[in-house]
Design a protein around this ligand. Structure first.
Ligand code: SF4
Length: 365
């Protein structure tokens, strides 16, 4: 903590100690918020201790938080062969945003300036649609000393033999993670084996290979103590982007006042971000820290104060419902989960915060 900095303790949801204790006393949120509330009590006892507290994301406000990015995911293009219902970014054949080689060079220089990044991923959209660009990007990243990863749907592997030809130059450049999206959403028909061919070709070349598999949402009843027989949505889809618009119908919902956290992103001090060709640095898809074509990445990251960010701040202070409330949105209904409400509120707020809710592509616009 720097000298002269105000000691204002908040819990994982950005609530002040007083607000969180009021929550505990009111009896609300004692289910999933239990750890958060416990964390606040810890703060009450150990008020002099700041920063991360026994694995819980507790923090002080002000710019005391050190932002240390270790991973950058380059959205090489938003263009894709498919238009998957679960895509966070509304990617598809009609999307155009694609890096030029010059822009890639600039971005990788900016990543070097940051001095904390160890791994750079190439994804999209479908990065193999711009294969020469992908190879040049990989070369730049490897020459800069970073580890590299790729995420693809494998559409290009029409056979294992063809896949080997595509992948040999990539093996020469070196990647530490080659992930193939292979699930019902990505397969155009059930006999489509291209993802499997891509994976097998990569394995034959000794490239570290993984599979990303998301199933369509399904509802089950889980009799665990945590869930008390409540319906649980399985399949792994996160309901943001196109998924929030296309896959939520008929699923069980929760009252909006229960949606008081961001469960999937470290908005306070992100360790990895996505960067698109428009220059947006995504804290979550369509939620931008700022734009690298306006301000270099190192300046953006070092100057990022989550509490002052008009979207991340409210999300930290009380999740998507707090985001809606702080910006005066009339939200009363029920939503499938936190991301569903968050995406819905952000889309309404987009005209007011176009620099922070960007790119428009991520909202299907
Ligand atoms: S709650 Fe919002 S910011 Fe958090 S992961 Fe979901 S969509 Fe992203």
């Amino acid at each position: 903590m720097r000298s002269g900095e105000a000691l204002e303790l908040r819990d994982c949801h950005g609530r002040t100690v007083l607000e969180a204790v009021q929550t505990v006393l009111s009896g609300k949120g004692l289910g999933q918020d239990f750890w958060s509330n416990l964390c606040v009590l810890g703060h009450c006892i150990l008020v002099a201790r700041v920063g991360r507290f026994e694995g819980l994301s507790c923090y002080t406000t002000g710019a005391s938080q050190e932002n240390v990015l270790t991973g950058i995911h380059i959205l090489l293009t938003l263009k894709c062969t498919n238009e998957c219902d679960h895509c966070f970014l509304h990617c598809g054949p009609s999307r155009e945003a694609t890096f030029t080689i010059g822009q890639l060079r600039t971005l990788i220089e900016q990543i070097k300036q940051l001095g904390t990044v160890t791994i750079v991923y190439f994804e999209g959209g479908e990065p193999f649609l711009f294969y020469p660009l992908l190879l040049e990007g990989l070369r730049l990243v490897r020459n800069a000393g970073f580890g590299a990863g790729i995420v693809t749907n494998g559409y290009w592997a029409t056979s294992i033999e063809d896949g080997l030809h595509w992948l040999r130059p990539i093996r020469e450049l070196g990647v530490v993670d080659f992930s193939v999206s292979d699930d019902e959403f990505h397969r155009l028909d059930k006999h489509d084996r291209r993802a499997e061919f891509a994976r097998q070709a990569a394995q034959q070349l000794g490239i570290p290979t993984g599979t990303i598999c998301i199933d369509p949402p399904y509802v089950s009843r889980q009799a665990s103590e945590d869930h008390r027989g409540k319906p649980v949505i399985g399949g792994g889809v996160l309901f943001k982007g196109r998924a929030a618009e296309k896959l939520t119908a008929g699923l069980p919902v929760r009252p909006c006042n229960e949606l008081t956290t961001c469960p999937h992103e470290d908005l306070l001090s992100p360790e990895r971000v996505h960067v698109d060709a428009h220059g947006n640095v995504h804290l979550c898809q369509g939620l931008s820290m700022g734009n690298i074509w306006e301000k270099p990445l190192a300046e953006l990251v070092r100057g990022y104060d989550a509490q002052k960010h008009p979207i991340a701040g409210p999300l930290l202070r009380g999740g998507p419902i707090r985001l809606a409330q702080e910006h005066g949105l009339e939200i009363n209904g029920s939503y499938v989960d936190e991301c569903h409400l968050c995406y819905t509120a952000r889309k309404v707020l987009l005209p007011r915060f176009p620099q922070y809710l960007a790119p428009k592509d991520a909202y299907g616009l």
